[in-house]
Design a protein around this ligand. Structure first.
Ligand SMILES: Nc1ncnc2c1ncn2[C@@H]1O[C@H](COP(=O)(O)OP(=O)(O)O)[C@@H](O)[C@H]1O
Ligand SMILES: [Mg+2]
Length: 267
């Protein structure tokens, strides 16, 4: 995008996102219990585990929806565990929610265009008010949003209010809204759930391409075939803790993973 002043990327030898000893509890129940992780640039890290394992809560801590009672988070070289979500967004952290939250009364296109405002350093409003550039900037933003909607097969719905979208379509809309901001790190919480199978493969390919270009992904996903196909590394959570991590092949072959998924005892 012209005129962009992206944040300098983290040094290659430093993880883009890392966390140490994260803890948070709901009424005494430790939903995230001493979780550490370190994700290098361009990695796709799968986060799997049974329902209630703490995956979404971990994402909420990383994204700034919730402050951990203990532990630290580093994003692109900055300590951020006490920063609000908006500031982490501005540093290049994008996220989608397990339950999408579009602005229902706005059009599908407007929802995606709003995502562009969060581009790190993009200063959309300042640019919009710069002399003579208003319409050009808006057109550019609109074109990009339409491009994403096209990719997500949502073009025919671009001018409809977001409330007409199915859950799967809302997931795609969220993904478009996040990706238009060109984030450095993206947290995807079950992005493929409810998405038409024909599109799942295309989306996976797009994620893989973006990762090759340097975008970092954390992916919560129940379809283990997708985890195997997309992830460089997989972290398994159970009862708020990291049960194990490793390559998809090693992790998915581990009997403890089958146990955790079947709700059996966690060693
Ligand atoms: N807002 C909340 N209030 C109370 N308990 C919660 C809340 N969010 C999550 N929990 C609890 O925290 C645990 C982890 O939940 P969650 O992070 O949603 O798991 P996952 O995403 O792995 O299914 C569960 O026991 C869940 O019931
Ligand atoms: Mg969840």
């Amino acid at each position: 995008m012209k005129g962009e002043t992206r944040q300098p990327p983290a040094a290659p030898d430093r993880p883009v996102l890392s966390a140490r000893g994260l803890v948070t509890a709901f009424s005494g129940l430790r939903a995230v219990d001493d979780v550490s992780l370190s994700v290098p640039r361009g990695e796709v890290l799968g986060v799997i585990g049974p329902n209630g394992a703490g995956k979404s809560t971990l994402f909420n801590l990383l994204a700034g929806e919730r402050v951990p009672s203990r532990g630290s988070i580093e994003l692109c070289g900055h300590r951020v565990e006490r920063e609000p979500a908006a500031q982490r967004l501005a540093r290049g952290l994008g996220r989608t929610f397990q339950i999408p939250r579009p602005f229902l009364a706005l059009s599908v296109l407007e929802n995606v265009m709003l995502g562009a405002q969060h581009h790190p350093g993009e200063r959309v409003w300042a640019n919009l008010f710069a002399a003579g550039s208003v319409q050009a900037r808006e057109r550019e933003c609109r074109d990009q949003a339409m491009g994403w909607l096209d990719f997500m097969t949502l073009t025919p719905l671009a001018r409809q209010p977001a409330q007409v979208l199915s859950i799967g379509q809302r997931k795609l809309l969220e993904l478009a809204r996040v990706l238009i901001a060109k984030p450095q790190v993206v947290l995807l919480d079950e992005p493929m759930a409810g998405v038409h199978p024909a599109l799942v493969e295309t989306l996976g390919e797009r994620i893989a391409t973006l990762a090759k270009q340097g975008t970092t992904f954390l992916l919560v996903e129940h379809q283990l075939s997708l985890i195997a196909a997309l992830c460089d590394r997989v972290m398994v959570m159970a009862n708020g803790r990291v049960l194990l991590e490793g390559t998809p092949d090693a992790v998915l072959a581990d009997p403890a993973v089958a146990d955790a998924y079947l709700g059996g005892g966690v060693p």
